[in-house]
Design a binder for this molecule. Sequence first.
Ligand SMILES: [Zn+2]
Length: 99
Amino acid sequence: MEQKGSTKQIVYERIDILLPLAASALKKKDEKHAKRYVFLARKLSTRYNCRLDRTRRAKFCKGCGLPLVPGLNVKIRLRKRTKTAEYLCSCGCAVRFKY
Ligand SMILES: [Zn+2]
């Protein structure tokens, strides 16, 4: 049990390194590497069965695999009636969160 927990901790640490890397790659207009970092982070989470929490899920798009960088390729909309925050990617995909 203990070992399993520490593996997950390492996975989360790696994901938390990969996602900012992806974002900074996209800021440099390096889409290829940005997608690669997101791909690696998602692969890690599926392989080790680590659920990504909302702050991590808000950092990339499921549709195109690009990191979501506010002010660059994502629009954040708040819908008061349904109480959801929408992260709209430039590809048309949206990630929604209840708040
Ligand atoms: Zn997208």
